[in-house]
Design a protein around this ligand. Structure first.
Ligand code: FMN
Length: 173
C-alpha cells in the first residue's frame, strides 16, 4: 500500500497534525501548495484541511484533483475551532466536492488560533464575529484565541490506517 498525507492550512496546526500522522503511519506529508504534491502516485490518501469561515480550505484543490481522488481510499480530517458536531459536519459536507463526500471518512480535530499571528484586519473581523456569536464558548474563542491541539486525537486515523494495512495483508496471503 502506498499512502500519503496532503494538507491545507495556514497557521501551522493542520501541518502539525499532518506531521504527527506522518510519524505514526510512515506516510509522506505534502502541503498542497507544494508543486511536488501529486496524489496520483498513491492509493491511500489522508487529506487534512483547516476550516476558515465555515469552509474547508482544501476544497478548491480537491475539486481540481477530483478525477485523481475519486475511487481511492480516503480519510479527511478537518481542523477547526469548533469541536465535532452536526454544525461542523454540515460545513464539511457543504464545502467538500459532493461526489467525494460519500467516499471519505471524516474525522474532526480541533486546532489553534493565536491572535498574535493574525493581522490587524483579521483580528477586527474576529472581534466583530465574537460580538455577534450567541454561543458564549465559541464567542470567547473568537475573541481571545484558543489552543485545542491534542496529539491523541489522531488515534482514530492511525487505527484506520492500521486496519487498512492489515486488510490488505490478509487479502494478499
Ligand atoms: C480567519 C479565520 C476564520 C476561521 N473560521 C473558522 C470557522 O468558521 N469555524 C471554526 O470552527 N474555526 C474557524 N477558524 C479557526 C481555524 O479553523 C483554526 O484556527 C485552525 O486551527 C487553523 O488551522 P491552521 O493553523 O492549519 O491554519 C478560523 C480561523 C481564522 C484565522
Amino acid at each position: 500500500m502506498k499512502g500519503a498525507i496532503f494538507f491545507s492550512g495556514k497557521y501551522g496546526s493542520t501541518k502539525q497534525y499532518a506531521e504527527w500522522i506522518g510519524d505514526a503511519t510512515g506516510f509522506p506529508v505534502f502541503d498542497i501548495k507544494d508543486p511536488q504534491a501529486n496524489p496520483s502516485q498513491y492509493d491511500f490518501l489522508i487529506l487534512g484541511s483547516s476550516i476558515v469561515y465555515y469552509k474547508l480550505t482544501i476544497r478548491k484543490w480537491a475539486r481540481t484533483n477530483l478525477d485523481i481522488l475519486k475511487d481511492k481510499s480516503k480519510i479527511l480530517f478537518s481542523v477547526s475551532g469548533a469541536g465535532p458536531s452536526d454544525k461542523l459536519n454540515r460545513w464539511v459536507a457543504a464545502s467538500f466536492p459532493t461526489e467525494l463526500m460519500p467516499q471519505v471518512k471524516h474525522i474532526a480535530l480541533r486546532g489553534r488560533l493565536d491572535h498574535s499571528k493574525l493581522g490587524w484586519g483579521l483580528r477586527q473581523i474576529l472581534w466583530v464575529a465574537s460580538l455577534l456569536n450567541r454561543d458564549p464558548d465559541s464567542s470567547k474563542d473568537e475573541r481571545y484565541g484558543f489552543d485545542y491541539m491534542d496529539k491523541s486525537s489522531i488515534d482514530p486515523i492511525v487505527q484506520m490506517v492500521d486496519q487498512y494495512k492489515s486488510n490488505e495483508n490478509a487479502s494478499a496471503t
